[in-house]
Design a protein around this ligand. Structure first.
Ligand code: NAP
Length: 343
């Protein structure tokens, strides 16, 4: 069984008519496209894989959706094992969200290592289009809303990678396409090639947080805004480093302590002094470090949405509550710059 086609009204029921939705989520226009995205999106990189708690993953998708998070971000390789996050989310979509397909923006990506052998990674047409077919099967969808080239591949001509994205749209398997982590020069060239193929790049996905500001310094955010492209940033909590958990040590159930986690202990130790200083600053302004980090990540209208991760429903609720606070004032922004300057 797979989820219905676009516009199929079988059992359609809008979440926004439902008393469960509290109306607190702002929606921002994705560049100059027709698509609105929630200011906060939910990613399934960690905590949705075969090694994770399936029922908690299900509760998180429900809670997120009930709070207006209409965008779930995936990639072929999310797990572990690779592919299992798409499988789990696919199971949940088909069992619980069948009447909400037209209210959900689901993205996936291809490019990083996925399967063994010469076609399991990088930017060839062979990899991208085979991977998209596999993702649709795992997600039990007829189409994804956004299909990304996950990372630049300097060994493949951009024309080839972009032609695979164009085919994804022309075949109806993706509504829009995006690019992730391309450096500015390559990004500009890729967007131009796509446009010559009649496809508008919808969105760009870079990492961006108080602790990771190199994409801000590169001028990419300004260029995207000038070109009318959307920007969806990821890891606004720096994989959990912008929360109080690492003030003193590495707690047992944290990502840094998890052998399957992408965050390494050494990264935390290198940043610990800054993390504590940012924690003190947040406390002096009456907010938690995670709320400071979220308000900072969303302070600019050059950012359409930011993709968070969560391990539990309680973390998800807490992070989403950042939307309720006031915007950060200039003095506070300057104090943040003094601790963690843009490089
Ligand atoms: N395009 C790309 O190459 C790329 C790369 C990376 C990520 N992404 C996308 O971005 C998404 C988010 O990445 P991320 O998971 O690194 O985001 P993040 O929001 O920076 O970190 C999420 C982690 O922080 C901790 N956390 C979250 N909320 C918390 C709270 N309120 N209190 C205490 N701890 C909290 C949890 O880790 P603990 O387990 O330590 O509690 C959680 O798993 C991914 O799922 C993926 O969709 C894309």
């Amino acid at each position: 069984m797979s989820l219905g086609m676009r516009g199929e009204i079988r059992q359609f029921q809008s979440m926004f008519d439902d008393a469960r939705y509290d109306g607190r989520m702002p929606y921002r226009r994705c560049g100059d496209s027709g698509l609105l995205l929630p200011a906060i999106s939910l990613g399934c990189w960690h905590n949705f894989g075969g090694v994770d708690n399936f029922e908690e993953a299900r509760r998180m998708l429900h809670r997120a959706f009930d709070r207006g998070v209409t965008h779930f971000d995936l990639a072929n390789n999310y797990g572990p094992p690779p592919g299992s996050a798409e499988e789990n989310v696919g199971r949940i979509l088909v069992s619980d969200f069948v009447c909400h397909r037209d209210e959900l923006i689901i993205s996936t990506k291809a490019g990083h290592d996925m399967w063994r052998g010469p076609y399991g990674m990088n930017g060839s047409r062979k990899h991208l289009l085979s991977s998209l077919d596999q993702s649709l099967k795992r997600l039990r969808l007829n189409y994804v809303d956004i299909f990304y080239s996950h990372c630049p591949d300097p060994e493949t001509r951009l024309e080839e990678t972009m032609s695979a994205l164009a085919t994804a749209v022309h075949s109806g398997k993706a509504l829009y396409v995006g690019l992730s982590k391309y450096p500015l020069k390559r990004l500009k060239k890729a967007v131009k090639i796509l446009s010559e193929m009649g496809i508008r790049c919808l969105i760009y996905q870079p990492p961006y947080s108080i602790l990771q500001r190199e994409y801000e310094s590169s001028g990419i955010l300004e260029w995207l805004a000038d070109e009318g492209l959307g920007c969806i940033t990821f890891s606004p909590l720096a994989q959990g480093m912008l929360t109080p958990k690492y003030f003193e040590d590495i707690p047992e159930n944290s990502r840094a302590a998890n052998p399957d986690g992408f965050l390494k202990t050494e990264q935390v130790i290198t940043q610990q002094e800054k993390i504590r200083a940012l924690g003190d600053l947040a406390a002096a302004h009456g907010m938690s470090l995670q709320h400071l980090a979220m308000r900072w990540a969303l302070r600019s209208n050059k950012v359409t949405s930011t993709i968070i991760g969560a391990r539990t429903v309680s973390q998800l609720n807490d992070t989403l509550d950042a939307l309720d606070g006031p915007a950060l004032d200039n003095a506070l922004l300057e104090a943040i710059d003094a601790i963690a300057p843009a490089k």
